[in-house]
Design a protein around this ligand. Structure first.
Ligand SMILES: [Zn+2]
Length: 113
């Protein structure tokens, strides 16, 4: 019997969706909110509009290219963000079945997210 167990990397199943407005709860941008531009389900990361910016110096590639500093949004771990409830602020997502449809609700106030 092989000792090498086939371990799959544990994938965190996120309840977040693209265009959700989230708040960062950890790191240098803590407390800031923004809209999710993209979700990386493999690395469990999200890209949030205008947040976690990295300034990158770009080289001049052509006559028309000015080069200079380009601002890029860097992905953040999903665990570092929380969805924003309009009433309570950053919150956890719960589910509720409404008219046979699964909807996302705020765990604190029950409001639909
Ligand atoms: Zn709420």
């Amino acid at each position: 019997m092989s000792l090498k167990a086939k371990t799959r990397p544990k994938r965190l199943k996120t309840k977040l969706k693209k265009n959700d407005v989230v708040t960062i709860i950890k790191g240098k941008d803590r407390g800031k909110s923004g809209r999710i531009l993209a979700i990386d389900h493999i690395r469990d990361r999200v890209i949030i509009e205008g947040l976690n910016i990295m300034k990158k110096a770009m080289k001049k590639k052509s006559q028309n290219d000015q080069g200079g500093i380009k601002e890029l949004e860097r992905p953040l771990p999903i665990a570092n963000v929380m969805i924003n409830c309009k009433k309570c602020g950053p919150t956890r997502i719960g589910y509720q079945i409404k008219a046979k449809e699964k909807i996302r609700i705020c765990r604190k106030c029950g409001e639909q997210l």
